[in-house]
Write a protein that binds this ligand. Structure first.
Ligand code: NAD
Length: 412
């Protein structure tokens, strides 16, 4: 299914459950603004190449547009629209004052030099410059963009304005206004949601066995924090394959091994496992933190974990979620589980606007508060309506948007 068609279908279902005015749901099916630009860039060989860039500003009922910029060959309008809609729901679930947006440039960063990437970023920024801004639309990193990309966007924007504007992007390097704790924020949020899920189900945290797919920014940080709070990480994988051990991994040593060799495979004292096997591994908690649609209707019946915490965006297909629910597997959905990143982005924006710099302990404490509150809110809606957490998170988001719409009304 086209990812944006899935968004529309979900909206219809939730609109009916919440008994919302269908014309409000209709409004939410349309992004407020779609920007498509042709980005001409001089390549290292002197030739000019044209890349297509997108920015979809989905909704601003609750605050400025907010969302990442992705560089990937498969970036297209339907994907960006769906991701922009998800950002809108995610910001509403964790109750931060942002709308939702997403952007991207269709390119293959693996085939581009650093200077080509810089020129693409700066030209793309210049072409959407009038539409972004600290109170308008605040981009952040996404797949194959990083803190350096944000620094180039910030500098380009600032050059046009004539003064430094750190608050135009989040996820920047700490030296130029980035927040402490941002790098680990999504993984930390995943760990907090896992702990809350375990508490909710009345299980003892100590010694629970966790399998994590993906050992990138999200997977690594989730592994670190889950270990700190008493879990045993018994299986981990990345794009080159996975490893498992009955005793639980030394995460710090594994991170050093991955930094040294570029993979988790071959880590001392472990046995190899494929990515498919990892998803069906004998464990208590499964954290898919790599790719979309890895848990499908085909493998969902074989998932052994009691709890699935969706670190990645869209790791389970809607059909897979249904199967997991029927089997009694407790699923913490992506728009709640991986919202820690955008929460700390919001903290970064506040720090920038006030020219403040908070220490990591303060950022983590505030993140903890936000995530615990969001988890409780989602559980409450789930109890009230007798629905699973994925449905209740979505219902909570749409209800908050509907409340804002009711107060603001429709112009003119
Ligand atoms: P990343 O690029 O840092 O890491 C991705 C990891 O997935 C890597 O370890 C990679 O080797 C692994 N991977 C790639 N292909 C794989 C495959 N076929 N099988 C198993 N592993 C594979 O990315 P990230 O920032 O950690 O993001 C991971 C997911 O979390 C994505 O879905 C992303 O959209 C989502 N997410 C990230 C953030 C954030 O703040 N970084 C926030 C919200 C959601």
């Amino acid at each position: 299914m086209n990812p944006f068609d899935a968004v529309i279908k979900q909206l219809d279902i939730v609109g009916e459950k919440l008994k919302l005015d269908p014309s409000f749901i209709e409004r939410l099916k349309h992004p407020r603004r779609i920007i498509v630009v042709s980005v001409p860039v001089r390549m290292d060989d002197g030739k000019i190449k044209i890349f297509t860039g997108y920015r979809v500003q989905y909704d601003m009922l609750r605050g400025p547009f907010k969302g990442g910029i992705r560089y990937h060959p498969r970036v297209d309008l339907d994907e960006v629209k769906a991701l922009a809609a998800w950002m809108t729901w995610k910001c509403a679930v964790v109750d931060i004052p942002y709308g939702g947006a997403k952007g991207g440039v269709a390119c293959n960063p693996k085939e581009l030099s650093r200077s080509e990437l810089e020129r693409i970023t700066r030209r793309y920024t210049a072409m959407i410059l009038d539409e972004i801004g600290p109170y308008k639309d605040v981009p952040a990193p996404d797949v194959y963009t990083d803190a350096q990309t944000m620094a180039w966007i910030m500098d380009t924007y600032s050059q046009f304005k004539g003064y430094l504007v750190p608050e135009v992007v989040t996820g920047k390097p700490v030296e130029i206004g980035g927040s402490e704790g941002r790098e680990d924020a999504t993984g930390r949020g995943v760990a907090i949601c896992t702990r809350e899920a375990v508490k909710h189900l009345n299980i003892d945290m100590k010694g629970l066995r966790v399998a994590i797919q993906g050992f990138g920014k999200v997977g690594k940080a989730a592994a670190k924090v889950l270990r700190e709070i008493g879990c045993e990480i018994v299986a981990v994988s990345d794009s080159k394959g996975g490893i498992h051990t009955p005793r639980g991994l030394d995460i710090q040593a594994l991170i050093e091994h991955k930094n040294r060799t570029g993979q988790v495979a071959g880590f001392r004292g472990t046995k190899p496992i494929t990515n498919e096997e990892l998803l069906e591994f004998e464990c208590d908690i499964l954290v898919p933190a790599a790719l979309e649609h890895v848990i499908t209707e085909e493998n969902a019946p074989r998932v052994k974990a009691r709890i699935v915490v969706e670190g990645a965006n869209g790791p389970s297909t809607p059909g897979a979620r249904e199967i997991l629910n029927k089997r009694g597997v407790f699923v913490v959905p992506d728009i709640l589980a991986n919202a820690g990143g955008v929460v700390v982005s919001y903290f970064e924006w506040i720090q920038n606007l006030h020219r403040e710099h908070w220490d990591e302990a303060e950022v983590n404490r505030k993140l903890e508060e936000k995530m615990v509150k969001a988890f409780k809110d989602v559980v409450e809606v789930s109890r009230e309506h007798g629905v699973d957490l994925a449905t209740s998170a979505f219902m909570l988001a749409i209800k908050r948007l509907a409340d804002a719409f009711e107060r603001l009304g429709l112009f003119p």
